[in-house]
Write a protein that binds this ligand. Sequence first.
Ligand code: 2AM
Ligand code: CA
Ligand code: CA
Ligand code: CA
Length: 265
Amino acid sequence: MARSALLNVMVQAALKAGRRLSRDFGELENLQVSRKGPGDFVSSADLQAEQTIKEELQKARPNFGFLMEESGEHEGADKSHRWIIDPLDGTTNFLHGIPMFAISIALEHEGRIVAGIIYNPATDDLFTAERGRGAFYNDRRMRVAARDDFHDCVIATGVPHLGRGRHKPYLDQLETIMADVSGLRSTGSAALDMAYVATGRFDGYWEEFLYPWDVAAGILLVREAGGFVTDINGGDDMFKSGSVIAANEAIRRHIQHGLKKAQNK
Ligand code: 2AM
Ligand code: CA
Ligand code: CA
Ligand code: CA
């Protein structure tokens, strides 16, 4: 299927920023790295990627607003459109030389996500979706996994790191879900975890303490791949709650039920 003009703009921005990220990934010793908080790093690669993406998108759609991890919120003349961008999701992996990181770009129109892409420049994996038009992995249609026996499932989760999330409730969640599934995984990139749910590699995913830019594109990818995404209580408030459960509907319910059980431990 031919890519729409809008998706093309997003892909070109990601490819351009991605080329630079790949170069930086090859010479990590030259990066400037600073600390935002305990265990929370940002590098010149994050900032440069964000700048490149912003410039490219602005050239194509001058009036749209922005919400970005590193430089925050900028209102556009057009109040109904907003880009939500994580220029480098998985900075910790990136800085450790682990090739699991991604650029995440979503477009919100009147509060609804209408387009999303996730791009891993290290593997050249590109995941794209537009509302009502399906989700694609390197131009092949994606579907979430159909598996409905929870015991057979490989479930992804984001491990709360230093500075975000409390440990005991998470350990209770892990213990509960772990007891029921075939495997647990964590890529260290929320965007990739969600893209992998959309391709059916992971049967499901949950995480808390997230920001909109971590998940905006991933939410659309999973939904357009036939999956379901809710917050931890089964509602639609992923951005406000910072929590996400994503899977096919049967598995999503299993995860939600497990997390509820963990709360009562
Ligand atoms: P980031 O790399 O864009 O900051 C889910 O685990 C998300 O948490 C990741 O997508 C990652 O996004 C963020 N994250 C991972 N380790 C982190 C850390 N030490 N401090 C802050 N955010 C982190
Ligand atoms: Ca970060
Ligand atoms: Ca992120
Ligand atoms: Ca980031």
